[in-house]
Design a protein around this ligand. Sequence first.
Ligand SMILES: [Zn+2]
Length: 599
Amino acid sequence: MADLPFHDRSDFDNAERGFVAKLSPAVVSAADGRVVWDGDSFGFLEGECPDTAHPSLWRQGQLCAKQGLYEVTDGIYQVRGLDLSNMTLVEGDTGVIVIDPLISTECAAAALRLYRDHRGERPVTAVIYTHCHGDHFGGVRGVTDGSVPILAPAGFMEHAVSENVYAGIAMTRRSVYMYGPALPRSAQGQIGAGLGLTTSTGTMSLLPPSKDITHTGQQETIDGVRMIFQLTPGTEAPAEMNFLFPDRRALCMAENATHNQHNILTLRGAQVRDTRIWARYLTETITLFAGQADVAFASHHWPTWGRESIVTFLSEQRDMYAYLHDQTLRLMNQGLTGGEIAEQMRMPPALEQVWHTHGYYGSVSHNVKAIYQRYLGWFDGNPAHLWEHPPLEQARRYVECMGGSHGAIAFARRFISDGDLRFAATILNHVVFADERDGEARRLLAEVYTRLGHGCENGTWRNFYLMAALELTGDVVPADLDATSPDMIGALTVEQIFDTLAIRLNGPEAWNDRFAIDWQLTDLGERHRTTLSNGALIQQADPPEQPVDLTLRLTKAQLLALLAGRGSDGIEHEGDMGVLRRLSELLDSPTPDFAISTP
Ligand SMILES: [Zn+2]
């Protein structure tokens, strides 16, 4: 840690530059009084770094904890530190354009209020979503009712919805570990997620864009504000864009260049991102825009001022992703596996000497494994790993080999005293999986996880370890499933609706069922057929004329109500309603509180 560049205080200067006002107290509540954001609870970060935190992550937490309204440049403001993400406000001829209205409507409204208190009651004249992640659109109804233009990169709606729908339950449960909402906010507990402090817990909304940005070089003028866009699909998000305000000499970098090494694969789970394309687009950004900007800002963290500093910053971010990609592939082609490459990978010292390449959110370790996964998948080629026992069966056998749980725990203690917490965690995890009632193993594993967490430079790793420790010594912390907002469900396409149905179908239960249902969506003028055979629910749009067991004529709203178990009022049918009842019998309910750290 001695070689961390603590002498470089420019991030603190930049995070404080242009400060206008704080939200005081920094607490945002929902209509029912429930607190959905409490920035003040992170006030302890102002102190010196204790030995329960990595000094580098502590420093990042201090920077992320700075909250309030900041002037970025003439006519451009940011509200930072009132959610995981930033809201940017760009003043036009008659009002203000909002970029990325945070996660919750309550936080977005509070951010807009703070802005207006200091800049006047300017009406919102447009909204821009930089990309399709929930922390960049969820609060939109807090700033507009949808009567203004909403700009977004092409493909926004499809990805905004699909990323959260198919594997949504599993991701939501795992995100409890990633962000640690149940952890105490303290020097021993949650000190931020690296990308920001944590996620707000208010009302999520979604309004569809009214104008797509479809190509790089596209120009738009809204409320007298000129913008030039660069489309960057497949970088940090499948639909994302950077854009320049040429008349303000300001560059919005969306989430493509922030003050940390980003995730190539988020720990809550997602599809792997493409570091090669990411680096490629950053080169294009520098060529297109860097000479025309005196400030670059993003939807997380603080801006970078000065033309040279912007080029340096973007180049270092670019080199970091390119290096990770190319060196992982180089070592992969020498026969190293993901875990081996992760262990061996050293970033160039020049990059390690700048703070914004550090792994507060992504990490070299898990990003390298993600790149391996993107190209070669889960199997490392070694047949010993081709057909291993699942965790519980493996655990029983390992513990037996170590002389039962007593022997295994004795081994674990030895590795703890040798300082090898990683292997101690492996052994103790086997003991807990072999017998989850083993209180001594649980306590000891929780201690090991806590020490591992306290040593992490990465905020999400810390949260994962500390959440596991919390659940090992207490109860499972269920995910808040209300996060699936009515807007989000309403935004599903009919194809996506049937996809979600197929995902819930209990295959083995349905092995012997065969039937076909035609769904005529009267309001959309669409026809879809679902056919069940061999436990698979197959869907087809515009199916050929064929006899089916049941034809339903309904609206999309009625379809959603039907699937939510709210009855079939007003739905016209022809044929056997019994197959519809059978279909609903065959649907499984997901498990929002599945075990992670225990069998
Ligand atoms: Zn974000």
